[in-house]
Write a new protein. Structure first.
Length: 390
C-alpha cells in the first residue's frame, strides 16, 4: 500500500510539473502567470489530498470542488490581506458586473476583515442595510445565527446576498453599545446611483457621490454642469459612506477639480517602485468647495478628498475616514471564478500614506445631522471671503 501511495504521489507531481510548465508557457498572456511554482515545497499539500482520498472516513463523500475552494481561501487567508477573497463563478460575474454597471441584489453593504473581525466599511446610501440602521464601523458577529468570527469575507458576502424580498438577520457589535444589536434586513435590488445633486439655499450646490463605478465620471460632469448653469457660487461634496470602487473612476473624478498637469496619485507596486499619475484634463469646477467625510469614507473617496485638500486646500468636515490606501485587482481563474487581492498601495500627491490612518477632518463634527449644516457655514464663509477679495 505504501509503495502504491508513493507511486501515485510521484505520478501526480510529475503530471503537475508538466501542467505548470505548459500553462506558464501557453497561458502566460491570458492569466499573467510569469512566476514558477516550487512543486517540492507544495508536495505535502498534494500528499494530504491523496491521503484524504484514500483514508478519510465520512458518512458523506468528499467533494473535490469544495476542497479546492477551501484550499484557495486558505492560501488567500495566509497572506494576511484583509481584502483578499475567492470568487466562485457566480460571485465573479457579480463582482465584475458591479464595477461597470453599479447594480446587484443584496443588502447594500461593503465589508472587510479588520483586526480579524468582519467589519462594515459602509452601507450604501438608501440601501436596505442603511435603512435597517447598519453603520460604518459596525462589527458583524453573526449572520443568520452563524458565528462570523473566522468567516472569510467571500463567505460572508455570499450569505448576505440573495433574492430580492428574502431577509437575513445580522448580529452586530457597535462601539459605545454594551449589548449586541440584532437587525433583520430585507434584501433588495441595489442599483447604485453614483452621483446625486441638488440646490441648497444661497446658491450652494450639493453633490453626493456614493461609489465610484464605470458611469461616475459622466454623472459627475453632468451634475457639475447643471449646477453651474443654475448659478451656484459654492459646492459641497458629500463623500460620507462612500467605500470607493473603481480606482480609475476616482482618479478621473479628482481631475475635474484640479488644474491640468498636477499629480493626482502616487502608486507603489510590490517591489517599491513608484509611479505618479498626472491629471490630463482641465477642471470643470474652479469655485469654493467643502467636503463632508465620515468613517465610512474609504479608498477612492479618500483619494478624492485627499487630492482636493493637497492641491486646493479644501476643508474637510466630519469624522476621520476609514483608512484604506491599498488597491485590489480581480484575476480570472480557469474555472470561470476568480480571486481578489491587493496588488499595490497608493499615496496622495504630497506622499501622505492613508492606509490604516485615514484623513482627519479640518472641522470635527460627529453628529451626522450637523455635518452638512457645518459644511454650509464654512462654504458661505469662503464665498463671502472670495467676494471681498474680488
Amino acid at each position: 500500500m505504501r509503495d502504491k501511495r508513493i507511486w501515485l504521489i510521484g505520478c501526480l507531481i510529475a503530471l503537475l510539473a508538466l501542467i505548470v510548465a505548459w500553462e506558464s508557457w501557453e497561458n502566460k498572456g491570458a492569466y499573467g502567470l510569469g512566476g514558477t511554482i516550487d512543486l517540492e515545497e507544495w508536495q505535502p499539500f498534494f500528499e494530504t489530498l491523496l491521503l484524504l482520498q484514500e483514508s478519510f472516513y465520512s458518512e458523506t463523500p468528499l467533494e473535490g470542488r469544495a476542497l479546492m475552494e477551501e484550499a484557495i481561501r486558505g492560501v488567500l487567508r495566509a497572506t494576511g490581506d484583509p481584502y483578499a477573497r475567492y470568487l466562485n463563478e457566480e460571485d465573479y460575474k457579480v463582482e465584475t458586473s458591479d464595477r461597470v454597471e453599479g447594480e446587484f441584489s443584496g443588502l447594500g453593504i461593503v465589508i472587510a476583515i479588520k483586526d480579524d473581525k468582519l467589519t462594515v466599511i459602509s452601507p450604501f446610501q438608501g440601501s436596505p442595510a442603511e435603512k435597517a440602521g447598519i453603520k460604518a464601523g459596525d462589527v458583524i458577529v453573526e449572520i443568520d445565527g452563524v458565528p462570523a468570527l473566522g468567516m472569510s469575507s467571500d463567505e460572508a458576502v455570499r450569505r448576505m446576498r440573495g433574492e430580492r424580498g428574502t431577509s437575513v438577520t445580522l448580529t452586530i457589535q457597535r462601539e459605545g453599545e454594551e449589548e449586541n444589536i440584532v437587525v433583520e434586513v430585507v434584501r433588495d435590488i441595489i442599483k447604485i446611483q453614483s452621483v446625486e445633486y441638488e440646490m441648497l439655499s444661497g446658491n450652494i450646490g450639493l453633490i453626493r457621490i456614493s461609489e465610484f463605478h464605470g458611469r461616475t465620471q459622466e454623472e459627475l460632469k453632468k451634475a457639475l454642469s447643471s449646477l453651474q448653469v443654475a448659478g451656484v457660487e459654492g459646492l459641497i461634496l458629500d463623500l460620507r459612506n462612500n467605500p470607493g470602487g473603481l480606482l480609475q473612476s476616482a482618479v478621473l473624478a479628482s481631475g475635474m477639480f484640479v488644474p491640468r498637469g498636477n499629480p493626482l496619485l502616487i502608486v507603489e507596486d510590490r517591489e517599491g517602485k513608484r509611479e505618479s499619475i498626472t491629471n490630463f484634463v482641465d477642471p470643470v469646477w474652479k469655485g469654493p468647495i467643502v467636503l463632508v467625510i465620515n468613517k465610512g469614507t474609504a479608498s477612492g473617496a479618500e483619494i478624492l478628498a485627499g487630492v482636493l485638500r493637497v492641491h486646493l486646500g479644501a476643508e474637510l468636515v466630519g469624522e476621520t475616514t476609514f483608512g484604506k490606501g491599498v488597491v485590489q485587482e480581480i484575476f480570472p481563474l480557469s474555472h470561470g471564478g476568480g480571486v481578489i487581492f491587493t496588488v499595490s498601495k497608493y499615496l496622495l500627491p504630497d506622499g501622505t500614506d492613508l492606509n490604516g490612518k485615514g484623513l482627519e477632518p479640518d472641522i470635527l463634527v460627529s453628529e451626522e445631522e450637523e455635518q452638512i449644516k457645518k459644511a454650509e457655514e464654512e462654504l458661505r464663509r469662503l464665498i463671502d471671503e472670495k467676494a471681498l477679495v474680488s
